[in-house]
Ligand binder design. Structure first.
Ligand SMILES: N[C@@H](CCC(=O)N[C@@H](CS)C(=O)NCC(=O)O)C(=O)O
Length: 202
């Protein structure tokens, strides 16, 4: 299988952590590419009409996107503990947490594009403030619920690790640890996992 990714992408990191947590990384060729919403990447465009990473070419299901679909596909290929619980309230808890963390990432990536891609004259501070409100509201929710996560490291917690790693990487001034001590403590432990260590954004 071939994974188009970039080491800076938090959505691609989620897939790379899942590949490692499921023992599938040896079956995946990781191809690092640069993407931009205003300069479509030719090879990626042929694989994913949305021209976004991550995208995964598979032997049986064509090219899959987006990160949630790829992660669930990889989870179907191994026999260990499912990262997407199959049923019951555990499943809905993980899917909701996954959606919350993906929403934080969507807002954070949009903020990044606003600063790094959009011409300065077109930037709109109120819009950035709106996205930052989603990031901070999401972090406040994670702070309240993370004490209940325990040892669990399924799709929701994996995506939470990607959120915190991305904020450290792109928004170090946000200093999220100061106002989210429980989350900071959780992230110290999560960061020790080999899958998380091997995929630190660069
Ligand atoms: N919902 C998508 C989001 C993917 C995404 O936004 N990827 C960014 C990089 S972090 C990208 O490819 N941006 C290029 C673009 O927007 O054209 C997923 O979960 O895979």
């Amino acid at each position: 299988m071939r994974l188009w990714f970039n080491p800076a992408s938090p959505f691609a990191r989620k897939v790379r952590i899942v590949a490692r947590e499921t023992g599938l990384e040896g079956r995946i060729e990781e191809v690092s590419i640069l993407v931009s919403p205003v300069k479509p990447h030719g090879e990626l465009a042929r694989a994913n009409p949305l021209v976004k990473i991550p995208a995964l070419s598979t032997p049986d299901e064509g090219t899959l996107y987006d990160s949630a679909v790829i992660c669930e596909y990889l989870d179907s290929l191994h026999r260990g503990m499912p990262l997407f619980p199959r049923s019951g309230s555990e499943r809905w808890r993980e899917l909701r947490l996954h959606a919350l963390c993906d929403g934080i990432l969507d807002a954070a990536v949009l903020m990044r594009y606003e600063a790094a891609v959009r011409p300065e004259a077109l930037q709109w501070p109120d819009w950035v403030a709106g996205q930052l409100g989603k990031v901070r509201g999401g972090l406040d929710a994670l702070e309240l619920e993370c004490p209940a996560w325990g040892e669990c490291f399924a799709i929701g917690e994996i995506t939470a690790a990607c959120v915190l790693g991305y904020l450290d990487f792109r928004f170090p001034g946000e200093a999220w640890r100061d106002s989210h001590p429980a989350l900071a403590k959780w992230f110290v432990t999560a960061s020790q996992r080999p899958s998380v260590k091997a995929t630190v954004p660069a």
